[in-house]
Design a protein around this ligand. Sequence first.
Ligand code: PMT
Length: 316
Amino acid sequence: MADELRRDFAPPQVDVEEAGRAMEQFARGHSTEGRRVVLVTSGGTKVPLESRTVRFLDNFSSGRRGAASAEYFMQAGYAVIFLHRHRSLFPYNRRYSNQNWLDNLRLVPASGGEEPRLEAELNRLPGIVEVLEDYKRVKETGRMMALEYHTLSDYLHLLLAAARALNPLGSSAMFYLAAAVSDFYIPASEMPEHKIQSSSGPLQITMKMVPKMLSPLVKDWAPKAFVISFKLETDPQILIEKSRKALATYRHQVVVANILDTLRSYVMVVTNTEEAKLSVSDEEERSGIEIEDKIINDLTSRHTNFIEQTSSKQGL
Ligand code: PMT
């Protein structure tokens, strides 16, 4: 797969080797301290149509699922590698991402030889004190490592590097693949260099299938890890069937299935033996409860069972 990535995709725009080393060090350090480590992937992917890219194919993912989940994983004691798309939502500051920060600040002019100061309008920033405390604690304890990707190629290379870094942790590593990864791309060798000209008439492009990373991830890259994939559909009728098919094909542990219209309030956690419904009522939503809190609560206890089962199989 590493050869395939090098051959078919444009070179990554990030230093993958350096990122791989940093992830290895992060994973080893936390594992030595007895902490589980999860890779959270988050956000959409951008697929260029030209090599000097003017146009690209994108998808709707905002990164909210991944960013919120990263927070709940840390609350549950995990160390998190947060692999996210450039400018998608980020843990903690996601809560204020739709605000104009200039409206939240007040200028205290310089006086008596003091520099001017900035104060925040607390009433415009609900929950900011707790959020800031959590964020600072995470920074001080080094519990999260954030890595950015820009293109599909970056994502694929970084996922492989992350899998290599987490593989030594065995069953205590988790992969939580919430990113909405493109299924289609144009191979580097077939991509026009310059901007596609509209004077040539309607655009017809043929895109190739992106190889499913779940397959080598589960089989070769991190075969002992606890792996969660996501399935998004718009038609509820096919959701469970497609989730079961994914489990049978890739042989990983869990699919979190969601429908576009009810993304924030309802998911199904699908395993080989059950389908667990998780939902957030209107009342819960009003009191600030998020579906990701319930998802992570469910998955961390499944992870515990998985680790115990793995150890007992090995006679530990
Ligand atoms: O970011 P938000 O706005 O909060 O939205 C969250 C979400 C809807 C994007 C998220 O909850 C979600 O469902 N993500 C997965 C979207 C999806 O259906 O992906 P997929 O069917 O293309 O892939 C299914 C799984 O295979 C995914 O876990 C993906 O990581 C994996 N995959 C996909 C493509 C590929 N080439 N290799 C893969 O391994």
